[in-house]
Design a protein around this ligand. Structure first.
Ligand code: 3EB
Length: 336
């Protein structure tokens, strides 16, 4: 009996699958049909961003479970769970927070994370493993603060309010800017705590100095999560950062190499703590976010030379520091 599986690729939506077995997923692309999710379908994070390096208009990713899922919808959240794993998506329109005394993105972010923690408590699956965060204009400054930093303030406030740890046991994550659309947050959670993994080449993001914003980002470099009989490695969005500083500003090939060196370092750390056989770079599923579409071939050349001919999803997106040109994340699943 196989456990949770991550399926994905470019092209047509997976309409013919046994939809009861789909926990949730994501659809990436600028095609018009990605703008809505069919009623009754699984929770699907819509990422309104251009796919790069392919002629396909969209890319679909789904998490498939061995057992039928139970679905729920509450307070703007759409979710499914299968035994001890829950996947959900929340999207919030910042305009709804226009009258908050906080910057609307900060208020929306805090509200979204509070709702996520409330759902996880209610469902008794309190351990947040992995979060995917997307919103518009990530590098724009409003209310005297870059929007990514506003997002960090809202996220941290919700973690504090919900008595979640701010360091150590925090989820893997990514946070990217897309051209338009609401704040969209997808998440996976479970019953058992994930093992956090840090990168010895980088300062932990939750200990970044205040120069990067009044509140630190709340994420781990990776986590190892353990659904029954399996081990999932979630490597967070990884960029060209050494210590806490951006390196190779303006050089996308060098930034890609450095990001991969960081991924390999996180992989080695994860393998020290893994319960299964070692994870190999060549077996992971990758998503690469590229700030300038024209840079995609250069990113692909470097990536292919390190990880081989695996299917990689390239997405046009803005990275959270304006000097970062690329960010790469990866996921792998083993039996234990
Ligand atoms: C970095 O290492 C690059 O704020 O959730 C990567 C992964 C990054 C997650 C987040 C940010 C986040 O700081 C940016």
């Amino acid at each position: 009996m196989s456990g949770l599986q991550l399926l994905g690729g470019p092209g047509e939506p997976l309409v013919s699958r046994e939809t009861a077995l789909i926990l949730g997923g994501a659809r990436i692309g600028l095609c018009p049909d990605a703008a809505h999710t069919a009623l009754g379908a699984w929770p699907e994070q819509i990422l309104p961003a251009r796919l790069l390096g392919t002629t396909a208009a969209s890319w679909q990713e789904v998490w498939q479970c061995p057992h039928p899922c139970r679905a729920g919808q509450h307070d703007g959240l759409v979710w499914r769970r299968s035994s001890d794993i829950l996947y959900g998506v929340i999207s919030l329109d910042e305009a709804e927070f226009a009258h908050s005394e906080l910057p609307p993105l900060q208020a929306a972010t805090e509200s979204a994370y509070r709702r996520i923690f409330a759902l996880l408590a209610a469902e008794q699956l309190p351990e947040l493993w992995r979060v995917w965060n997307y919103f518009a204009a990530i590098n724009a400054e409003t209310h005297g603060l870059e929007r990514y930093r506003q997002f960090n303030s809202g996220r941290q406030a919700a973690f504090i309010a919900c008595q979640a740890a701010l360091s150590g046991k925090v989820p893997a994550a990514c946070a990217l800017g897309v051209a338009h659309g609401p704040l969209s947050i997808a998440f996976m959670a479970g019953k058992t705590a994930a093992t956090p993994v840090e990168n010895p080449r980088q300062v932990s993001a939750y200990f970044y100095p205040a120069a990067y914003g009044p509140k630190s980002p709340t994420f781990s470099r990776a986590v190892l999560a353990h659904p029954p009989g399996q081990e999932i490695l979630f490597i967070s969005g990884t960029a060209s950062i050494l210590g806490h500083q951006t390196v190779h500003a303006g050089d996308v090939a060098a930034q890609t190499e450095e990001s991969l060196n960081n991924i390999l370092a996180v992989l080695a750390e994860a393998n020290r703590q893994a319960h299964s056989t070692p994870f190999q770079a060549q077996e992971l599923c990758y998503r690469a976010y590229v700030r300038h579409a024209a840079d995609q071939p250069r990113v692909a050349r470097v990536l292919a030379s390190v990880v081989g001919a695996v299917d990689i999803c390239y997405v046009e997106a803005d990275v959270c520091r304006s000097d970062l040109l690329v960010e790469i994340e990866a996921t792998g699943i083993h039996r234990t």
